[in-house]
Design a protein around this ligand. Structure first.
Ligand SMILES: [Mg+2]
Length: 207
């Protein structure tokens, strides 16, 4: 998978975030501060501009630019968290590799998962984006033998199931945790946006 493949993935994410902006904000309104959709949309609009202004030559460089831009442009907790995911993806892939094997991508996603878990001190079940990201990384890794399309589809499915599974949970991390038991009954906005990113990966992989 080359730089243009991953650029297409990021473009799919930016389009999906734009389309789902109000939905993500509604989820955040229920258990947060109602800015997740607007924040992510602003971030990915800036990412689009940054990639157009200086197109990266390798997937690693692309992801580092995406992550740095998100950290700079997205407010709240989600900027640093998503920024860390993409920056760690890029750092693990390295700036030199032009073509990324599926196994190396899965390993880099696993490193990104570890980095964001360390930053947020979050484990699965805390009702955060980790609840979508962790099962997606596992499904992608397990589905690798069957090829990228199968692996991406499995990851998208696992991320969506993981996001839905946050509904009955009580939040233990982030702003939603201040609500205590009142956080139960709502999908976590970060898990929802993570699921959107893996759906975008499946869409990019199926073209
Ligand atoms: Mg928020």
């Amino acid at each position: 998978m080359d730089t243009s493949f991953f650029a297409a993935w990021i473009e799919e994410i930016a389009t999906a975030v734009r389309d789902q902006k109000d939905h993500l904000t509604q989820l955040d309104a229920a258990i947060g501060d109602a800015d997740h959709g607007a924040n992510l949309d602003r971030g990915f609009a800036a990412v689009r501009e940054a990639l157009a202004a200086s197109p990266p030559e390798t997937p690693g460089a692309l992801f580092v630019l995406v992550g740095s831009t998100l950290i700079r442009k997205v407010g709240g907790a989600s900027g640093p968290l998503y920024g860390t995911v993409f920056r760690q993806l890029g750092k693990t892939l390295g700036a030199e590799t032009a073509d990324v094997a599926l196994g190396d991508f899965a390993a880099a996603l696993d490193a990104a998962l570890s980095a964001v878990q360390k930053l947020g001190a979050a484990v699965e079940g805390d009702k955060t984006l980790v609840d979508a990201l962790a099962p997606a990384v596992r499904a992608l890794t397990e589905g690798m033998q069957e090829g990228p399309e199968e692996a991406f589809a499995a990851a998208a499915r696992a991320a969506e199931e993981g996001a839905q599974a946050t509904v009955p949970l009580q939040a233990r991390k982030g702003r939603a945790s201040y609500l205590g038991p009142r956080s139960v009954g709502h999908e976590d906005p970060g898990a929802a946006s993570t699921a959107l990113m893996f759906a975008a990966l499946q869409a990019a992989g199926g073209r």
